[in-house]
Ligand binder design. Structure first.
Ligand code: MG
Length: 162
């Protein structure tokens, strides 16, 4: 019988926005746009409060500001995001036998061989809670037998869920 795999996809929720909120708690619950501040810039990341206005990543910043004039616009800081990304990576690295970092805020973890389903689910849930507790960054995950389905599941789970 083929070995069934246990693949977890973890994705930090509105990662750049979450980092900015750690630095300035006044940004909580507000529509936030992160990205190029010039008229030709695009939205790199936006908060869920901004998404309610139909704003999404890669949208021209000018259009986003028209849709939500009260949004706070932040240029963003890659050194800050890199620092927080490393903190999360270090936790995942320590807790996982095999992982792959697929972007600054996304990870695949192979938990194949751990106690089927309940063991993996419990362990992944604890890892998710640990990341939030130790870094202050909300993260969602999906669990299935392959990367594609797990990534889709994470998308369905967001934000801050499993
Ligand atoms: Mg993300």
């Amino acid at each position: 019988m083929p070995v069934l795999r246990s693949i977890v996809h973890m994705d930090l929720d509105t990662f750049f926005v979450s980092c900015e909120r750690l630095l300035d708690s006044r940004l909580k619950n507000r529509p936030i746009l992160i990205g190029g501040i010039s008229d030709r810039g695009v939205v790199a990341s936006c908060s869920y409060e901004a998404r309610k206005f139909g704003i999404h990543s890669a949208m021209p910043m000018r259009m986003a500001r028209q849709r939500c004039p009260e949004a706070v616009v932040i240029k963003g800081s890659s050194p800050t995001y890199t620092k927080y990304s490393r903190m999360v990576t270090d936790i995942i690295k320590e807790a996982s036998p095999l992982y792959e970092k697929s972007s600054i805020d996304e990870f695949y973890i192979d938990f194949t061989g751990m106690d089927r389903f309940h063991g993996v689910l419990k362990y992944s849930t604890e890892l998710r809670q640990r990341i939030l507790r130790e870094t202050g960054l909300p993260i969602s995950f999906g669990l299935s037998e392959n990367k594609t389905v797990s990534k889709i599941a994470t998308g369905e789970a967001k934000p801050d869920r499993l």
